[in-house]
Design a protein around this ligand. Structure first.
Ligand code: ATP
Length: 355
């Protein structure tokens, strides 16, 4: 499979601030890649670097095999869809969509043909003469996408395009964007701080923190095999629970602040300190396969209707349990918490790496 984008040892400095640190990402033609991470981690900077809106400090970016370093945005064959949509308020939908083609003085027939096709693809056919102020948020978002589509680019770049929409529309537009990506056989790079969005839309997720790529892989790969504590805590909702523990002489783990021992089927060196990682959905108030039980106190219950999140105190630490349905338990109850041993994660407390 051909590589559409290669980001090769890329660094970006803003004065003395190192915003992107030796970033390496290979993106196949036709794939949908999400850049995800907390605010300030550098995901927008990376996207803007691909678009040609930021200069790089060192390293290379290749699109369809050619280095684009030093090339202006219009020579890169990429189209960017912004969070703010960046629509021209005085232009109707049609003119917003075909602005770039008019700027390039493309033939009239080509302009109207491409605009019509894009409008049909996006279900905007009957809104072409509306001004942006007379559109809903979702419709504006579609116009912004239409503007990218008419340019027929090699690569689509999305900078948090759904963050101004309400929750229901956001979920709907996620699948619309994904379908569009497939229909156009496009290559897409999508920035979001929302790990659920990244997990549900992308084939390949890149998790960033403080300018560094912490891990990249398929969504389920990151979920099942997080490389370090940061990725483990960032991917998954509600977040993974972490309990501090220390390895004993006989190869078990004993929880700090508690005498509970957890026997593991693997060798660990005595005295090593770990975080035990437990996903909320791998905890239960009832016995399960290959589990161990531990005393806990219920300190809170939150229900979404279909799911219930039970907040517990275990060895003086808060732990969240996810239960599909409605468990018969109340705040203040003393319970036995069952932990599925097959699904535990271990992280070295010094390096934070998966052990
Ligand atoms: P957010 O989700 O909040 O948009 P982000 O991950 O997209 O965050 P960036 O916008 O890429 O983060 O910013 C990365 C870091 O670089 C931040 O610490 C930011 O303050 C810094 N930065 C961004 N642009 C500049 C600039 N023009 N000059 C100096 N520092 C900058």
């Amino acid at each position: 499979m051909m590589l559409q984008i290669e980001i090769d040892h890329l660094n970006k400095h803003y004065g003395g601030f190192h915003a992107l640190k030796d970033v390496n990402i290979s993106i196949k033609q036709g794939s949908f890649v999400a850049l995800v991470g907390p605010s300030g981690c550098g995901k927008s900077t990376l996207l803007r670097t691909l678009a040609g809106l930021e200069k790089t400090s060192s390293g290379d970016v290749r699109i369809a095999g050619r280095s684009v370093i030093g090339k202006p945005p219009r020579e890169r064959d990429v189209a960017m869809v912004f969070q703010s949509y960046a629509l021209y308020p005085h232009m109707d939908v049609e003119h917003n969509m075909n602005y770039s083609m008019r700027l390039k003085r493309r033939p009239k027939e080509e302009i109207s043909e491409r605009t019509r096709t894009a409008a049909e693809t996006l279900g905007l056919g009957n809104l072409l003469d509306r001004l942006p102020k007379a559109l809903s948020g979702g419709q504006r978002q579609r116009v912004a996408m239409g503007r990218a589509i008419v340019r027929n680019p090699k690569v689509f770049l999305f900078d948090e395009p759904l963050s101004n929409l309400d929750a229901a529309l956001r979920v709907h537009m996620r699948s619309e964007i994904r379908k569009l990506h497939e229909r156009l056989n496009a290559t897409s790079v999508y920035v979001t701080h929302d790990q659920v969005e990244a997990m549900t839309m992308a084939d390949h997720v890149v998790v960033m923190r403080a300018g560094v790529v912490e891990q990249q892989g398929s969504p389920l790969d990151l979920y099942d095999r997080p490389a370090n504590r940061f990725v483990a805590g960032f991917i998954g909702s509600p977040a993974m629970n972490f309990l501090p523990a220390t390895a004993t002489e006989n190869g078990a783990l004993v929880l700090d602040n508690d005498s509970t021992q957890i026997g593991l089927n693997r060798h660990i060196a005595a005295g090593c300190k770990f975080w035990i990682g437990m996903r909320p959905e791998h905890l239960s108030l009832k016995p399960c396969v290959n589990d161990m039980a531990i005393d806990a106190t219920v300190t809170g219950i939150e229900s979404t209707g279909s799911m219930t999140f039970v907040v517990l105190e275990v060895a003086s630490q808060p732990v969240v349990l996810a239960h599909s349905g409605r468990p018969e338990t109340r705040r203040g109850d003393q319970v036995r918490l069952h932990i599925s041993l097959d699904n535990l994660h271990l992280f070295d407390r010094e390096t934070e790496l998966a052990a």
